[in-house]
Design a protein around this ligand. Structure first.
Ligand code: KG4
Ligand code: ZN
Length: 335
């Protein structure tokens, strides 16, 4: 089947064509238009501007994705689109565009949950991967521990109580004068510092619950920076980046190890933009080695938002009979 996947939940407009079957997961094209340069000016995503930029980009991107895949709209078997969670105005652009395409061509429409899409990126990177497995979705908007029992059967068993992991990276980076989004710059700077230089509080909630609180950790780093400033003490920026990152890594591996104890999942998938973080990849890799867990890491280009992951998950939703009608609506928060 040829699936067209459309993504517009945040600051990336993306359209992809994937050829999918029970034995094939091929990305034929993956066109992305990032709005980062626009939002950089404001230090974060401005929802109104995001919606407008999606609207401007989407039809050109769709044409590009079809062209690069060497197919026409008539060849497409189903249209998949992210409908939740995300910025509602941004989501609406993709949903309405997909509805229009489906109505004009008579092709089935499939609504895709963005988190499920991030997890599906692992199927594209690992052609033989099948559920069940456990997934950590770590992105700018989400920090979720998810039990994946089948291609369409998901249970979130852990999450953040407040800020998402990527949000913490971006906010700390902003206070350290790094351009938005600061995750990748923080990753690089942390390589030059001492991870044991400063003690920050863990983001792992104490006890059995598989929950995080990144807001406390973020505030503690920001307070540290302000304190140094007020006292006129020079800040070792690389040490702050390294210590903050090490605390994030220790918090995440702690909860993943607890989850392995509880669910004996044996196989772990990393997903989402923050899964590109080299320190987190290494820390989780070590944890998996020591616990005998098989780790599936998507390549960095499939960690961030893209249309291919949406097309891939749309295929499995379609196979399960989860098609949508013209009443498909955008929803800001997931289930
Ligand atoms: O998955 P994604 O593209 O969008 C959402 O669904 O949120 O994730 C974007 C997030 C941003 O917060 C960005 O700073 C973060 O992923 N990110 C990173 C790295 N690369 C991107 N965070 C830490 N280290 C990185 N190397
Ligand atoms: Zn995302």
């Amino acid at each position: 089947m040829l699936i067209l996947g459309i993504e517009s939940s945040c600051d990336e407009t993306a359209v992809s064509v994937c050829r999918m079957s029970d034995s094939e997961r091929t990305v034929l094209s993956d066109a992305i238009s990032s709005q980062i340069e626009i939002h950089k000016l404001y230090g974060g995503v401005v929802p109104e501007i995001a919606s407008r930029a999606h609207a401007e980009a989407i039809s050109g991107l769709c044409e590009r994705a079809l062209c690069e895949a060497g197919v026409t709209l008539a060849d497409i078997d189903a249209v998949g689109v992210t409908y939740t969670p995300g910025l509602v105005g941004a989501l609406l652009v993709g949903v309405n565009f997909a509805k229009g395409l489906a109505a004009a061509t008579g092709k089935p429409l499939v609504g895709v949950d963005h988190i499920r899409g991030h997890i599906a990126a692992a199927y594209l990177a690992h052609p033989h991967l099948e559920p069940p497995f456990f997934a950590l979705v770590a992105s700018g908007g989400h920090t979720s521990l998810v039990k994946v029992s089948s291609y369409t059967d998901f249970e979130t068993v852990g999450r953040t109580r407040d800020d998402a992991i990527g949000e913490a990276f971006d906010k700390v980076a902003r206070v350290m004068d790094m351009p938005y989004p600061g995750g990748a710059a923080m990753d690089a700077l942390a390589k030059e510092g001492d991870p044991d230089a400063i003690k920050f509080p863990s983001a792992a909630i104490a006890g059995d619950s598989l929950e995080f609180s990144f807001s406390g950790l973020k505030s503690s780093v920001i307070n540290y920076l302000h304190n140094c400033e007020q006292k006129g003490v020079a800040v070792e920026r690389a040490d702050v980046a390294a210590s903050f990152t090490a605390t994030v890594c220790a918090s995440v591996t702690k909860k993943l190890a607890q989850a392995q104890e509880k669910y004996s999942y044996g196989r772990l998938v990393l997903a989402g933009g923050v899964a590109a973080n080299s320190h987190l990849r290494a820390a989780i890799g070590e944890m998996c080695d020591s616990l005998g867990v098989e780790l599936y890491l998507p390549p960095r280009h499939l960690c961030g938002d893209n249309g291919a992951m949406i097309a891939c998950q749309a295929y499995y939703e379609y196979q399960a009979g989860n098609t949508a009608g013209a009443d498909l609506n955008a929803r800001a928060t997931g289930k």
